[in-house]
Design a protein around this ligand. Structure first.
Ligand SMILES: [Zn+2]
Ligand SMILES: [Zn+2]
Length: 389
Protein backbone atom coordinates (compact mmCIF):
# COMPACT_ATOMS: atom_id res chain seq x y z
CA UNK A 1 0.00 0.00 0.00
CA UNK A 2 1.15 3.54 -0.75
CA UNK A 3 2.78 5.07 2.29
CA UNK A 4 2.01 8.63 1.37
CA UNK A 5 -0.77 10.49 -0.38
CA UNK A 6 0.29 13.54 -2.34
CA UNK A 7 -1.95 16.56 -1.75
CA UNK A 8 -3.03 19.21 -4.23
CA UNK A 9 -0.04 21.38 -3.40
CA UNK A 10 2.29 18.40 -3.77
CA UNK A 11 2.72 18.03 0.00
CA UNK A 12 3.06 14.47 1.20
CA UNK A 13 0.11 13.43 3.32
CA UNK A 14 -0.10 10.48 5.65
CA UNK A 15 -2.85 9.06 7.84
CA UNK A 16 -2.54 10.24 11.44
CA UNK A 17 -2.37 6.70 12.79
CA UNK A 18 0.57 5.91 10.50
CA UNK A 19 2.50 8.89 11.80
CA UNK A 20 1.45 8.31 15.42
CA UNK A 21 4.23 9.01 17.89
CA UNK A 22 2.76 7.11 20.81
CA UNK A 23 3.26 3.38 21.32
CA UNK A 24 -0.31 2.47 20.35
CA UNK A 25 -1.35 -0.38 18.09
CA UNK A 26 -4.00 0.40 15.47
CA UNK A 27 -6.47 -1.93 13.78
CA UNK A 28 -8.84 -1.51 10.84
CA UNK A 29 -6.84 1.33 9.33
CA UNK A 30 -6.90 3.48 12.42
CA UNK A 31 -10.52 2.82 13.42
CA UNK A 32 -9.50 0.97 16.57
CA UNK A 33 -6.70 2.00 18.90
CA UNK A 34 -5.11 -0.22 21.54
CA UNK A 35 -2.21 0.07 23.90
CA UNK A 36 1.11 -1.56 23.04
CA UNK A 37 0.30 -4.51 25.33
CA UNK A 38 -2.88 -5.43 23.42
CA UNK A 39 -1.57 -8.99 23.15
CA UNK A 40 -2.82 -9.55 26.70
CA UNK A 41 -6.39 -8.91 25.52
CA UNK A 42 -6.94 -12.39 23.98
CA UNK A 43 -5.71 -13.89 27.27
CA UNK A 44 -8.25 -11.81 29.20
CA UNK A 45 -11.01 -12.91 26.81
CA UNK A 46 -9.91 -16.54 27.20
CA UNK A 47 -9.98 -16.23 31.01
CA UNK A 48 -13.63 -15.15 30.70
CA UNK A 49 -14.88 -17.39 27.91
CA UNK A 50 -12.93 -20.55 28.85
CA UNK A 51 -14.49 -21.08 32.28
CA UNK A 52 -17.91 -20.16 30.86
CA UNK A 53 -17.68 -22.96 28.27
CA UNK A 54 -16.66 -25.44 30.99
CA UNK A 55 -19.59 -24.23 33.10
CA UNK A 56 -22.08 -24.58 30.23
CA UNK A 57 -20.89 -28.05 29.20
CA UNK A 58 -20.16 -29.63 32.57
CA UNK A 59 -22.65 -27.89 34.89
CA UNK A 60 -25.22 -25.79 33.03
CA UNK A 61 -26.30 -28.63 30.69
CA UNK A 62 -27.17 -30.83 33.68
CA UNK A 63 -28.83 -28.01 35.60
CA UNK A 64 -31.11 -27.43 32.59
CA UNK A 65 -32.72 -30.83 33.17
CA UNK A 66 -33.19 -30.28 36.90
CA UNK A 67 -34.66 -26.77 36.65
CA UNK A 68 -37.41 -27.74 34.18
CA UNK A 69 -38.72 -24.60 32.40
CA UNK A 70 -36.21 -22.34 34.27
CA UNK A 71 -33.36 -24.51 33.02
CA UNK A 72 -32.87 -22.57 29.77
CA UNK A 73 -32.59 -19.30 31.69
CA UNK A 74 -29.81 -20.79 33.87
CA UNK A 75 -27.75 -21.36 30.72
CA UNK A 76 -28.80 -18.37 28.62
CA UNK A 77 -28.27 -15.77 31.38
CA UNK A 78 -24.49 -16.29 31.74
CA UNK A 79 -24.08 -16.38 27.94
CA UNK A 80 -25.85 -13.04 27.55
CA UNK A 81 -23.97 -11.62 30.50
CA UNK A 82 -20.64 -12.80 29.08
CA UNK A 83 -21.46 -11.10 25.75
CA UNK A 84 -22.15 -7.89 27.67
CA UNK A 85 -18.88 -8.24 29.60
CA UNK A 86 -16.92 -8.73 26.35
CA UNK A 87 -18.67 -5.70 24.81
CA UNK A 88 -17.64 -3.38 27.64
CA UNK A 89 -14.17 -4.94 27.59
CA UNK A 90 -13.77 -4.07 23.90
CA UNK A 91 -15.25 -0.61 24.43
CA UNK A 92 -12.61 -0.11 27.12
CA UNK A 93 -9.65 -1.36 25.14
CA UNK A 94 -10.29 -0.43 21.52
CA UNK A 95 -11.14 3.24 21.74
CA UNK A 96 -9.28 6.47 22.41
CA UNK A 97 -9.10 6.69 26.22
CA UNK A 98 -8.76 10.48 26.08
CA UNK A 99 -5.38 11.06 24.46
CA UNK A 100 -4.36 14.70 24.29
CA UNK A 101 -2.70 15.34 20.91
CA UNK A 102 0.93 16.31 21.11
CA UNK A 103 2.06 19.78 20.18
CA UNK A 104 4.36 20.07 17.22
CA UNK A 105 6.43 22.67 18.99
CA UNK A 106 6.68 23.99 22.55
CA UNK A 107 4.32 26.83 23.53
CA UNK A 108 5.66 30.34 23.80
CA UNK A 109 6.28 31.32 27.42
CA UNK A 110 3.42 33.53 28.60
CA UNK A 111 4.26 37.21 28.82
CA UNK A 112 7.70 36.62 27.37
CA UNK A 113 9.34 39.52 25.69
CA UNK A 114 12.91 39.53 24.55
CA UNK A 115 14.68 42.05 26.75
CA UNK A 116 17.36 44.42 25.57
CA UNK A 117 19.88 42.49 27.64
CA UNK A 118 19.03 39.22 26.00
CA UNK A 119 21.99 37.88 24.15
CA UNK A 120 21.59 36.57 20.65
CA UNK A 121 20.82 32.90 20.82
CA UNK A 122 19.65 33.13 24.42
CA UNK A 123 16.48 31.15 24.84
CA UNK A 124 13.44 31.90 26.94
CA UNK A 125 12.61 29.36 29.58
CA UNK A 126 9.30 27.68 30.06
CA UNK A 127 8.22 27.37 33.68
CA UNK A 128 7.98 23.70 34.66
CA UNK A 129 4.54 24.13 36.17
CA UNK A 130 1.55 26.39 35.66
CA UNK A 131 -1.24 27.35 38.06
CA UNK A 132 -4.82 26.45 37.23
CA UNK A 133 -7.74 27.20 39.57
CA UNK A 134 -10.13 24.27 40.16
CA UNK A 135 -13.11 24.97 42.40
CA UNK A 136 -11.26 27.68 44.29
CA UNK A 137 -8.13 25.63 44.75
CA UNK A 138 -4.93 26.42 42.94
CA UNK A 139 -3.77 23.36 41.07
CA UNK A 140 -0.34 23.15 39.57
CA UNK A 141 -0.13 21.42 36.23
CA UNK A 142 3.14 20.11 34.90
CA UNK A 143 4.74 20.67 31.55
CA UNK A 144 4.99 17.46 29.55
CA UNK A 145 8.28 17.24 27.76
CA UNK A 146 7.17 14.53 25.37
CA UNK A 147 3.88 16.16 24.33
CA UNK A 148 5.33 19.68 24.53
CA UNK A 149 2.39 21.17 26.43
CA UNK A 150 1.11 21.94 29.88
CA UNK A 151 -1.09 19.07 30.95
CA UNK A 152 -4.66 19.75 31.86
CA UNK A 153 -5.65 19.07 35.49
CA UNK A 154 -5.93 15.30 36.17
CA UNK A 155 -4.17 14.33 32.98
CA UNK A 156 -0.94 12.40 33.08
CA UNK A 157 1.53 10.90 30.67
CA UNK A 158 1.24 7.13 30.35
CA UNK A 159 4.76 5.78 30.16
CA UNK A 160 3.54 2.60 28.45
CA UNK A 161 1.49 4.21 25.67
CA UNK A 162 3.66 7.36 25.63
CA UNK A 163 0.67 9.71 25.49
CA UNK A 164 -0.85 12.27 27.81
CA UNK A 165 -4.32 11.04 28.76
CA UNK A 166 -7.14 13.13 30.21
CA UNK A 167 -8.34 12.11 33.67
CA UNK A 168 -5.68 9.40 33.63
CA UNK A 169 -6.63 6.59 35.97
CA UNK A 170 -4.05 3.91 35.24
CA UNK A 171 -2.77 1.75 32.42
CA UNK A 172 -4.54 -1.59 32.64
CA UNK A 173 -2.38 -4.47 31.33
CA UNK A 174 -5.40 -6.81 31.29
CA UNK A 175 -7.32 -4.70 28.78
CA UNK A 176 -4.13 -3.43 27.11
CA UNK A 177 -5.16 0.18 27.23
CA UNK A 178 -4.97 3.35 29.31
CA UNK A 179 -8.00 4.03 31.46
CA UNK A 180 -8.93 7.67 31.05
CA UNK A 181 -11.82 10.08 30.70
CA UNK A 182 -13.33 8.33 27.65
CA UNK A 183 -13.29 4.70 28.81
CA UNK A 184 -13.39 4.79 32.60
CA UNK A 185 -17.12 4.03 32.79
CA UNK A 186 -16.68 1.01 30.49
CA UNK A 187 -13.75 -0.18 32.53
CA UNK A 188 -15.85 0.03 35.69
CA UNK A 189 -18.74 -1.79 33.98
CA UNK A 190 -16.26 -4.45 32.87
CA UNK A 191 -14.88 -5.17 36.34
CA UNK A 192 -18.34 -5.18 37.95
CA UNK A 193 -19.77 -7.40 35.19
CA UNK A 194 -16.84 -9.80 35.53
CA UNK A 195 -17.43 -9.89 39.29
CA UNK A 196 -21.12 -10.72 38.87
CA UNK A 197 -20.26 -13.39 36.30
CA UNK A 198 -17.84 -15.00 38.76
CA UNK A 199 -20.46 -14.88 41.53
CA UNK A 200 -23.04 -16.45 39.20
CA UNK A 201 -20.80 -19.37 38.15
CA UNK A 202 -19.60 -19.85 41.73
CA UNK A 203 -23.20 -19.95 43.05
CA UNK A 204 -24.60 -22.32 40.43
CA UNK A 205 -21.69 -24.73 40.87
CA UNK A 206 -22.68 -24.96 44.53
CA UNK A 207 -26.33 -25.38 43.51
CA UNK A 208 -25.31 -28.27 41.28
CA UNK A 209 -23.28 -29.93 44.06
CA UNK A 210 -26.21 -29.53 46.45
CA UNK A 211 -28.56 -31.13 43.92
CA UNK A 212 -26.23 -34.14 43.51
CA UNK A 213 -26.07 -34.43 47.31
CA UNK A 214 -29.85 -34.43 47.62
CA UNK A 215 -30.66 -36.68 44.70
CA UNK A 216 -28.09 -39.34 45.64
CA UNK A 217 -28.41 -38.77 49.41
CA UNK A 218 -24.64 -38.55 49.93
CA UNK A 219 -22.38 -36.19 51.86
CA UNK A 220 -21.37 -32.85 50.37
CA UNK A 221 -17.76 -34.09 49.99
CA UNK A 222 -18.82 -37.11 47.99
CA UNK A 223 -21.06 -34.91 45.86
CA UNK A 224 -18.12 -32.58 45.16
CA UNK A 225 -15.91 -35.48 44.10
CA UNK A 226 -18.59 -36.49 41.59
CA UNK A 227 -18.21 -33.15 39.77
CA UNK A 228 -14.52 -32.14 39.58
CA UNK A 229 -15.36 -29.46 36.98
CA UNK A 230 -17.52 -27.71 39.60
CA UNK A 231 -14.66 -27.81 42.13
CA UNK A 232 -12.27 -26.30 39.56
CA UNK A 233 -14.78 -23.58 38.69
CA UNK A 234 -15.47 -22.83 42.36
CA UNK A 235 -11.74 -22.42 43.08
CA UNK A 236 -11.21 -20.34 39.91
CA UNK A 237 -14.17 -18.01 40.45
CA UNK A 238 -13.35 -17.66 44.15
CA UNK A 239 -9.85 -16.35 43.31
CA UNK A 240 -11.13 -14.24 40.41
CA UNK A 241 -13.87 -12.71 42.56
CA UNK A 242 -11.28 -11.46 45.04
CA UNK A 243 -9.43 -9.81 42.18
CA UNK A 244 -12.23 -8.25 40.10
CA UNK A 245 -14.50 -7.83 43.13
CA UNK A 246 -11.72 -6.04 44.98
CA UNK A 247 -11.21 -3.77 41.98
CA UNK A 248 -14.98 -3.09 41.80
CA UNK A 249 -15.11 -2.09 45.47
CA UNK A 250 -11.96 0.00 45.18
CA UNK A 251 -13.27 1.85 42.12
CA UNK A 252 -16.66 2.31 43.79
CA UNK A 253 -14.81 4.12 46.55
CA UNK A 254 -12.77 6.12 44.01
CA UNK A 255 -15.87 7.18 42.06
CA UNK A 256 -17.77 8.13 45.21
CA UNK A 257 -14.89 10.38 46.28
CA UNK A 258 -14.03 11.52 42.72
CA UNK A 259 -10.48 10.26 42.66
CA UNK A 260 -8.50 8.45 40.05
CA UNK A 261 -6.32 5.47 40.94
CA UNK A 262 -3.31 7.58 40.08
CA UNK A 263 -4.39 10.38 42.41
CA UNK A 264 -5.26 7.93 45.16
CA UNK A 265 -1.80 6.37 45.10
CA UNK A 266 -0.06 9.64 44.54
CA UNK A 267 -1.84 12.23 46.67
CA UNK A 268 -3.85 10.43 49.32
CA UNK A 269 -6.88 12.70 49.30
CA UNK A 270 -8.09 11.15 52.55
CA UNK A 271 -5.83 13.50 54.40
CA UNK A 272 -6.19 16.45 52.05
CA UNK A 273 -9.06 18.28 50.44
CA UNK A 274 -9.91 16.98 46.98
CA UNK A 275 -10.87 19.90 44.72
CA UNK A 276 -12.73 17.54 42.35
CA UNK A 277 -15.03 16.00 44.97
CA UNK A 278 -18.57 17.34 44.43
CA UNK A 279 -20.42 14.95 46.68
CA UNK A 280 -21.18 11.27 46.13
CA UNK A 281 -24.26 11.76 43.93
CA UNK A 282 -22.60 14.26 41.59
CA UNK A 283 -19.42 12.21 41.50
CA UNK A 284 -21.32 9.16 40.24
CA UNK A 285 -23.28 11.33 37.80
CA UNK A 286 -20.01 12.72 36.49
CA UNK A 287 -18.74 9.23 35.62
CA UNK A 288 -21.94 7.57 34.38
CA UNK A 289 -24.45 10.27 33.40
CA UNK A 290 -22.38 12.72 31.39
CA UNK A 291 -21.78 12.43 27.69
CA UNK A 292 -18.36 11.05 26.80
CA UNK A 293 -16.24 13.88 25.43
CA UNK A 294 -15.43 13.44 21.74
CA UNK A 295 -11.98 12.19 20.87
CA UNK A 296 -9.41 14.90 20.28
CA UNK A 297 -7.78 12.70 17.66
CA UNK A 298 -8.88 11.73 14.19
CA UNK A 299 -6.59 8.79 13.60
CA UNK A 300 -7.64 8.49 9.96
CA UNK A 301 -7.23 12.13 9.03
CA UNK A 302 -4.63 12.94 6.42
CA UNK A 303 -1.90 15.15 7.80
CA UNK A 304 1.22 16.54 6.14
CA UNK A 305 4.29 14.40 6.69
CA UNK A 306 6.09 16.05 9.55
CA UNK A 307 9.44 17.36 8.51
CA UNK A 308 11.03 18.29 11.79
CA UNK A 309 10.87 19.39 15.36
CA UNK A 310 12.33 22.48 16.89
CA UNK A 311 15.22 21.81 19.21
CA UNK A 312 14.41 22.36 22.81
CA UNK A 313 16.29 21.65 25.93
CA UNK A 314 14.76 20.25 29.06
CA UNK A 315 16.47 19.75 32.31
CA UNK A 316 17.36 16.37 33.63
CA UNK A 317 17.83 18.16 36.95
CA UNK A 318 14.07 18.48 37.18
CA UNK A 319 13.88 14.88 38.17
CA UNK A 320 16.52 15.01 40.84
CA UNK A 321 15.82 14.17 44.42
CA UNK A 322 16.00 17.80 45.46
CA UNK A 323 13.11 18.63 43.21
CA UNK A 324 11.17 15.65 44.41
CA UNK A 325 11.53 16.95 47.93
CA UNK A 326 10.58 20.44 46.86
CA UNK A 327 7.34 19.21 45.31
CA UNK A 328 6.51 16.77 48.05
CA UNK A 329 6.65 19.70 50.46
CA UNK A 330 3.85 21.51 48.65
CA UNK A 331 0.67 21.13 50.57
CA UNK A 332 -2.86 21.69 49.50
CA UNK A 333 -5.60 23.89 50.80
CA UNK A 334 -7.74 26.89 49.93
CA UNK A 335 -4.78 29.17 50.01
CA UNK A 336 -2.17 26.60 49.28
CA UNK A 337 -0.99 25.29 46.01
CA UNK A 338 -1.60 21.79 44.87
CA UNK A 339 0.85 20.07 42.66
CA UNK A 340 -1.52 18.46 40.24
CA UNK A 341 0.86 16.45 38.30
CA UNK A 342 3.76 14.54 39.65
CA UNK A 343 7.30 13.77 38.94
CA UNK A 344 6.24 10.20 38.58
CA UNK A 345 4.21 9.31 35.60
CA UNK A 346 2.23 6.39 34.37
CA UNK A 347 1.03 3.47 36.40
CA UNK A 348 -0.02 -0.09 36.39
CA UNK A 349 -3.12 -0.45 38.49
CA UNK A 350 -1.79 2.36 40.60
CA UNK A 351 1.75 1.09 40.84
CA UNK A 352 4.04 3.92 39.93
CA UNK A 353 6.77 3.61 37.39
CA UNK A 354 8.75 6.68 38.12
CA UNK A 355 12.05 5.45 36.85
CA UNK A 356 10.60 3.98 33.68
CA UNK A 357 8.68 7.10 32.81
CA UNK A 358 11.46 9.46 33.72
CA UNK A 359 13.86 7.61 31.52
CA UNK A 360 11.22 7.37 28.85
CA UNK A 361 10.74 11.11 28.83
CA UNK A 362 14.43 11.68 28.92
CA UNK A 363 14.92 9.33 26.03
CA UNK A 364 12.27 10.95 23.88
CA UNK A 365 13.24 14.54 24.41
CA UNK A 366 16.38 16.54 24.17
CA UNK A 367 17.81 16.89 27.60
CA UNK A 368 20.01 19.76 28.56
CA UNK A 369 21.68 20.95 31.70
CA UNK A 370 19.33 23.74 32.56
CA UNK A 371 16.59 23.26 35.10
CA UNK A 372 14.02 24.94 32.93
CA UNK A 373 12.71 23.92 29.59
CA UNK A 374 14.05 26.01 26.78
CA UNK A 375 12.38 26.97 23.57
CA UNK A 376 14.22 28.17 20.51
CA UNK A 377 14.50 31.92 19.91
CA UNK A 378 12.07 33.24 17.38
CA UNK A 379 14.71 33.98 14.79
CA UNK A 380 15.92 30.41 14.71
CA UNK A 381 14.54 28.85 11.54
CA UNK A 382 12.42 25.74 11.71
CA UNK A 383 14.93 23.20 10.50
CA UNK A 384 13.39 20.42 8.55
CA UNK A 385 14.67 16.92 9.04
CA UNK A 386 13.74 13.61 7.61
CA UNK A 387 10.74 12.17 9.26
CA UNK A 388 10.93 8.65 10.50
CA UNK A 389 7.70 8.02 8.61
ZN1 LIG B 1 2.60 13.79 27.60
ZN1 LIG C 1 -1.34 3.54 28.63
Amino acid sequence: MERYVVGEDQTKLVRTYKAWKGNNVFCLQGRLIFGPDVRSLPLTIFLIVGPLIIFLVMVGRKLMDDFNHWGVAVVVAPVVFTCWTLCVLLLTSSRDPGIIPRNKRPPEPEGYERSAESLPGQTPRLPRTKDVVVNGTVVKVKYCDTCMMYRTPRSSHCSICDNCVERFDHHCPWVGQCIGVRNYRFFYMFVTSATLLCVYVFSFCWVYITMIKRSEDITIWKAMIKTPASIALIVYTFIATWFVGGLSVFHFYLISTNQTTYENFRYNYDRRANPFNRGMFHNFAEVFCTSIPPSKNNFRALVPVEVGFPERQVSRDYFTSNMRKEYSDIEMGKNREWLEDSLQEGGHHGAQHSEISTEKDAATTDVGRSRSAKVPPKQVPYHPRNSSW
